[in-house]
Design a protein around this ligand. Structure first.
Ligand code: ATP
Ligand code: LTN
Length: 338
């Protein structure tokens, strides 16, 4: 992390663009919970990122509360970590503008998420969708975060944030002003796949409801989705090598391993030779055991939006103090009159 001497700090964010799912939990939120006792942590609901694609205003606010409820229900303690929404801290947008002038067009042109989300008709995509990664760099660097827990799909955006930090430090002869943030991606659950297609990521925006296990699914829905999950006719292999070319089987084994705290090898030692008729009910049991209580807590929290609002607003006040101090220094460095 070069010669950066500031404190270790964590920032991550989730978009309020739909229901929270098992991939979000295993790839992100579960790590957020573990990190809160290790470092100073900032967990953001990135509503400004969500509007890079159309969001119904009536739903956006409820979705913001939904993410806040998931943070709390999973075990993030707002007295320990700072939970807030991005739009309430104007410093994110201010720094993002400056980063738009640091990042190069060529860097953004390479972003695969833009290509995926813009689809064939990129002329009709919003400008915000294109500059999304510089806002994400700002979310991270406005807190001088050194560590960023995310799922595997965010790797390229994290590299861009490091490039922006490095170029800013060099361009303005401010060595080590910004840290080069480290992605925290590794670990079981970094890439959970769709239950209908083992080659596509489990996603909020999947058109099939059967592809995604939502944190608010009840036991019955979880059981049905797992029973219907796409598989192949072969029994499970006894060793990892036997999962190659079997993306659906590999995904279900990976989910079991991530939730049980076992390795894929251990899971195959236990279930190798069994058909999905035996494995799927065992998988459904563990998903229900780990996820259903979080869903119950989320539902209860979502019944009290004024409490969730209070958590977000007081988090934003705390976050704002740190973020504004960074922007003040940045303005000075860039040559603005302060
Ligand atoms: P969409 O799927 O609609 O693009 P998303 O769920 O990827 O949305 P976010 O909600 O912003 O987007 O993601 C929040 C966090 O969850 C990020 O750290 C992301 O990497 C992680 N994540 C999302 N999907 C998965 C997945 N299938 N497996 C592991 N981690 C995931
Ligand atoms: N791009 C991320 C969400 C996101 C984020 C961040 C993650 C926005 N800002 C800062 C980590 C740090 C996504 O789509 N999952």
């Amino acid at each position: 992390m070069t010669g950066y001497k500031g404190p270790e700090r964590v920032l991550s964010g989730i978009q309020p663009s739909g229901g929270m799912h098992l991939g979000n939990y295993l790839g992100a939120i579960r790590k957020f919970v573990d990190l809160q006792t290790e470092m100073d942590c900032f967990y953001c609901v990135v509503d400004m990122h969500a509007i890079t694609v159309w969001q119904d205003p009536a739903k956006l606010r409820a979705q913001t509360f939904h993410i806040a409820a998931a943070y709390l229900a999973a075990g993030i303690d707002p007295k320990v970590a700072t939970i807030f929404h991005q739009s309430a801290v104007a410093a994110h947008a201010e720094l993002a503008w400056i980063f738009n002038c640091v990042a190069r067009l060529g860097w953004l042109d390479r972003m695969t998420q833009f290509k995926d989300k813009a689809g064939k008709d990129k002329e009709r995509a919003s400008v915000g969708l294109y500059t999304y990664p510089t806002l994400m760099a700002s979310d991270i660097l406005v807190y001088k975060a050194t560590h960023v827990p995310v799922g595997d799909d965010q790797k390229q955006h994290l590299e861009l944030a490091r490039d922006v930090a490095g170029k800013f430090n060099r361009d303005f002869s401010a060595p080590d002003f910004f840290p080069l943030p480290e992605p925290l991606i590794k670990g079981p659950g970094a890439r959970i796949m769709s239950l209908r297609d083992g080659t596509a990521k489990m996603s909020k925006s999947d058109p099939s409801d059967q592809a995604t296990i939502y944190l608010t699914d009840d036991a019955d829905a979880i059981l049905k989705k797992i029973k219907k999950a796409k598989t192949d006719p072969e029994p499970l292999p006894s060793e990892i090598a036997g999962l190659s070319g079997r993306p659906e089987a590999a995904n279900l084994v990976g989910i079991y391993a991530a939730l049980s705290g076992k390795s894929d090898e251990d899971v195959l030692r236990e279930f190798g030779g069994s058909g999905f008729g035996r494995f799927k009910p065992a998988l459904a049991d563990i998903v229900v055991e780990k996820i259903a209580p979080i869903g119950d807590r989320m539902r209860r929290l979502e019944e009290d939006p004024s409490y969730l609002r209070d958590v977000l607003i007081s988090g934003a006040q705390k976050a704002g103090a740190t973020a504004e101090a960074t922007v003040r220094d940045v303005k000075e460095i860039v040559g603005f009159v302060v």
